[in-house]
Design a protein around this ligand. Structure first.
Ligand SMILES: NC(=O)c1ncn([C@@H]2O[C@H](COP(=O)(O)O)[C@@H](O)[C@H]2O)c1NC=O
Length: 510
């Protein structure tokens, strides 16, 4: 008796060639509505699944293969005499191969203006059921979910090597595939029902690329993306020039994009080791980059620069004067490309910026689990500021304070950042005490600290940071407030004519 393959696919690419190969390998083909038409039109002999089930396809295709004559044929253990007996008693014939790919749920939810009804109808039920039956019974049944595997399967059949080992690999792929498919459905319903942190958290990622190594050469790594993602993502960036991105490149570039999303005006962000070493805002992108560069001409060396405007010739010339790992921008004009591609080692990434780069949940693995939180999308406006000192900030100071506040949010805690004229001038990052971070920022700013503003990601536990600010000639401070000793800091400010505003919002970043 010839073997039987059940084919039911939404993605009909390369289908007829594969089916032809199966017939040549001695298979009889059974198929569902649309798949059957494609096969028959392609000159392939195939039998409708209704002939097997004796039951018509009903309810707009909601029920077509969900039948014991299908699933019995898939799930029966050929080595189990009871199963074989029950097959015979129930007139069930074995099905030896399942070729199924599923309704395009992901593509459907990504469609503009798609209705809920269309989304629901694109949840495949019969397909995953067959895939799972066949995959569970991989000892006896082969299962093919990915058209990319058609050639491999035909080759294995031709050399009589579609053995349990390969069938197990195909089954493993099926369970990953159905888990991924179900995770996307679960996430869709989670959004629909506004559940943010349910009792189980299902996530799924699709591989973008293997990486040469992780944070260090002895660590293996790969880059995965969220299959349904509307925010700015490096996974969708177009690399115009340069060698492959590394693990550290991706982390740093992502940090640069998150910072850049804070600014609507032409802005340039330089990042080193996940911290901004220079941020500049100006009327032109060239001006913005000059400010980002001047902020810290030492640290930017070997860094990553992200800009929110097209890179023009003038900016490209400046960018090309230093060693940078990556430049990211929404575009590079032809002259800029000409200049920058002369540099062999620079990577150029073109990326549409949606200003939604922090829309996703943040996951941090801990031993035996994962911490999940919403991204820090907390923003404040001028109206949220509370002036706590005798002196009110000037308009210019207010501008600089808000600029500094947006920037300090992205600096690792404890974070202190100094800014002046739409430019960061000193960044103290990741210190174990706040005065340590302040001292670093002040030292880096040098003489520029005079007349600058200071931002602190969290409150001052004692007045020492304000005292350091006084000494450096800083005129205005922005911080969340909320320490027991707030008044001590306010008193120092008042004593020296410094203005201080509270945001009421903290921005720890660890
Ligand atoms: N309901 C069923 O019994 C059923 N059986 C197979 N399907 C799916 O129907 C699709 C193929 O349909 P057609 O051959 O009519 O183009 C495949 O994606 C397959 O996964 C089904 N549809 C969805 O649940």
């Amino acid at each position: 008796m010839s073997k039987r393959a059940l084919i039911s696919v939404s993605d009909k690419s390369n289908l007829t060639a594969f089916a032809k190969g199966l017939i040549e390998a001695g298979y009889e083909i059974i198929s569902t509505g649309g798949t059957l038409s494609t096969l028959v039109n392609g000159g392939i002999e195939a039998k409708p699944v209704d002939d097997v089930t004796g039951f018509p396809e009903i309810m707009d295709g909601r029920v077509k293969t969900l039948h014991p004559l299908v699933h019995g044929g898939l799930l029966a253990k050929r080595s189990n005499p009871d199963h074989m007996k029950q097959m015979e008693e129930n007139n069930i014939s074995p099905i030896d191969m399942v070729v199924v790919n599923l309704y395009p749920f992901k593509q459907t939810i990504e469609k503009q203006g798609v209705s809920n009804e269309e989304i629901i109808e694109n949840i495949d039920i019969g397909g995953p059921t067959m895939l799972r039956s066949a995959a569970k019974n991989f000892e006896d049944v082969a299962v093919v979910v990915d058209p990319a595997d058609y050639d491999k399967v035909l080759q294995a059949l031709q050399s009589d090597q579609l053995d349990a080992e390969i069938r197990k690999q195909l089954a493993a792929k099926v369970f990953r595939h159905t888990a991924n498919y179900d995770a996307m459905i679960a996430n869709y319903f989670m959004t629909e029902t506004n559940e943010e942190f349910p009792e189980t958290y299902t996530i799924t990622y699709e591989k973008v690329q293997d990486l040469r190594y992780g944070e260090n050469p002895h660590q293996q790594a790969a880059f995965y993306r969220n299959p349904i993602n509307k925010s700015t993502s490096l996974a969708t960036a177009k690399q115009l020039h340069g060698k492959e991105l590394s693990y550290n490149n991706i982390q740093d570039a992502n940090a640069a994009l998150e910072i850049l999303a804070e600014y609507n005006e032409p802005a340039a962000v330089a990042v080193k080791h996940m911290n901004p070493c220079g941020i500049g805002v100006a009327e032109t992108i060239e001006g913005a980059f000059s400010r980002a560069y001047d902020a810290d001409p030492i640290s930017i060396f070997g860094g990553i620069v992200a800009c929110n405007r097209e890179i023009d010739y003038a900016t490209a010339v400046k960018l090309s004067e230093i060693f940078l790992e990556i430049v990211i921008a929404p575009g590079f004009n032809a002259d800029a490309m000409e200049i920058l591609t002369r540099k062999k080692n620079i990577r150029l990434l073109e990326l549409e910026l949606t200003n939604e780069s922090t829309a996703m949940k943040k996951l941090t693995t801990v031993s035996g689990g994962v911490l999940i939180q919403n991204s820090d999308n907390g923003n404040i406006s001028i109206d949220d500021l509370k002036v706590v000192t005798k002196r009110q900030p000037s308009e210019e100071e207010l501008d600089n304070l808000l600029f500094a506040w947006k920037a300090v949010k992205h600096v690792k805690s404890n974070a202190i950042l100094l800014a002046k004229d739409n430019q960061t001038i000193g960044v103290g990052a990741g210190q174990m005490n706040r005065i340590g971070a302040a001292n670093i920022a002040i030292e880096q700013a040098g003489t520029k600290a005079e007349g600058s503003v200071m931002a602190s990601d969290a409150f001052f536990p004692m007045p020492d940071t304000v005292q350091a600010a006084v000494k450096a000639g800083i005129t205005a401070i922005i911080q969340p407030g909320g320490s027991k000793r707030d008044q001590d800091s306010i008193d120092v400010c008042d004593e020296h004519g410094i203005t201080m505003v509270y945001t009421g919002m903290r921005h720890f970043k660890h």
